[in-house]
Ligand binder design. Structure first.
Ligand code: SF4
Length: 262
């Protein structure tokens, strides 16, 4: 296990971490990140519904089966719930997800006359979000995924990892709801940094700042984190304290150069 570094990082602070700095440090650790559009927006939305409460492998399998069976989402929209349910069964929770997919497709057809959502890209971000949020079962996270990953817009999509890391780093308050966190973070993170923020914080939450037993001793943003001391063991705290003492002695306790008397 890597030792706690107390020399090359930014000064430790008890206040909230600087978001830009945390993104940079995490990108250095997990990056570089590159943004490539994944799926057309309507496909991305169906994929997002399929990925709820299941693994990436299962949701990919369900999406693939759906497209193999129907060919296009237009054909899915014409199908009945039982046929959709049968196609997505390997992804799990098909009884819940099939009617949800059908409802969303029907609503988009009703509002837009087609399943092409590329017009959202021409709208201001808030209007595009509001348009998607009127669809049944589409919350801020699903809307954010479609806008950000499919259309490259600077929308936040806060999942459980991003939410937890943001709270521990103090970039959102402890009582902020996950829905509210979308608006707060969208206002705090520069549009050109939203994608990097998303990927950096998700990686960090999955790999280091885990829900149970975060690995604070190896954390690249540990020196900026107001929560770190809460999670360190006694031994790790002692190493940290010794390092801080040494750093103080190194910077403030150096002997003064000899000044010759005249
Ligand atoms: S120091 Fe610990 S709690 Fe803070 S961000 Fe790092 S892993 Fe998470």
């Amino acid at each position: 296990m890597a030792k706690i570094s107390t020399t090359k990082r930014s000064p430790r602070t008890k206040s909230k971490a600087d978001i830009v700095q945390t993104i940079k440090l995490m990108e250095g650790q997990y990056g570089p990140f590159s943004q490539e559009p994944r799926l057309p927006p309507m496909d991305e939305m169906v994929f997002t519904i399929l990925s709820q409460h299941t693994s990436d492998i299962n949701s990919s399998r369900a999406f693939r089966r759906l497209m193999e069976r129907f060919g296009t989402l237009e054909e899915v929209a014409k199908a009945g719930v039982p046929e959709i349910m049968d196609a997505i069964a390997p992804g799990g929770l098909a009884k819940i997800k099939a009617p949800r997919i059908k409802e969303v497709l029907d609503k988009v057809m009703e509002l837009n006359g087609s399943l092409d959502l590329s017009f959202l890209q021409e709208m201001p971000l808030n209007e595009a979000k509001a348009w998607l949020r009127q669809l049944p079962g589409i919350g801020p996270k699903s809307a954010g995924i479609v806008l950000s990953f499919s259309l490259g817009m600077p929308a936040m999509a806060i999942d459980t990892h991003i939410y937890r890391v943001s709270q521990r780093l103090g970039v959102i308050g402890p009582k902020v709801s996950v829905d509210k966190a979308h608006d707060i973070l969208e206002a705090k993170v520069e549009p050109e940094e939203v994608f990097n923020f998303h990927v950096a914080y998700i990686n960090h939450g999955r790999q280091v700042c885990r829900a149970q037993r975060p690995i604070c001793a190896e954390c690249v943003v540990g020196d900026l984190c107001p929560s770190r001391k809460k999670f360190l063991t006694k031994a790790e705290l002692a190493v940290l304290a010794a390092g801080e003492k040494q750093t103080l002695a190194g910077s403030g306790g150096a002997p003064m150069p000899h000044v010759p008397q005249s």
